[in-house]
Design a protein around this ligand. Structure first.
Ligand code: AMP
Length: 180
């Protein structure tokens, strides 16, 4: 990861205590998104998770999880020259979906993916802002596999090391730009 990406993450991700409820320290990435050089640097760093050591693109799709995952995954997909696929909260996708229930650090919900969004055999990179309990990533891996795809890696801005996200995702290769 570039020094620019590292310094942007350190300077431009703001801790907001007790949001959305007491005891949660919310990682606010909006200052980072508003900084074009910092934003570009972290997108480059996330996109590296979709390439091999020679720089060859090794994924066919990039999946982003609603909602901050969309903001990061879409430019990563463009950087890799592959398609972007949204994983959305229940009831938002208009055509037939697969659905998976999951638990957040501070809520429970269902995620959905269009059944035809990923073709059998496609390799998929998952992109989101924060890995907390790992529930969102695990649900998304389930959805990708039900389409017949393979989740090959996950790339996150941040990993909350005091929560069991890394254990929860098992063998899935994980790139975390910052461990907090
Ligand atoms: P989890 O499923 O527990 O790994 O939670 C990850 C999802 O919840 C991601 O989509 C994050 O955007 C969001 N999230 C969880 N904890 C936080 C946090 N402390 N700050 C910001 N977003 C969070």
């Amino acid at each position: 990861m570039s020094e620019q990406a590292r310094s942007a993450l350190e300077r431009l991700v703001v801790d907001v205590p007790d949001f959305p409820e007491p005891g949660i320290v919310f990682k606010d990435i909006t200052p980072l998104l508003a900084d074009p050089e910092g934003f570009a640097a972290v997108i480059d760093a996330l996109a590296a998770a979709g390439r091999d050591a020679d720089g060859t693109v090794i994924v066919d799709k990039v999946v982003g999880m609603e909602a901050r995952g969309f903001i990061l995954a879409a430019p990563v997909a463009l950087a890799l020259g592959v398609g972007f696929v949204p994983v959305r909260k229940a009831g938002r996708l208009p055509r037939p979906t697969h659905a998976a229930a999951y638990a957040l650090e501070y809520a429970e919900a269902t995620l959905e993916l269009h059944q035809d969004a990923i073709s059998p055999g496609q390799r998929v990179l998952l992109v989101d802002d924060v890995l907390a309990t790992g529930g969102t990533v695990c649900a998304t891996v389930d959805l990708v596999e039900r389409c017949g795809g393979t989740a090959t890696a996950a790339a996150m801005l941040m990993e909350l090391s005091f929560l069991p996200g890394r254990e929860a995702i098992g063998d899935l290769p994980l790139t975390s730009l910052m461990v907090v």
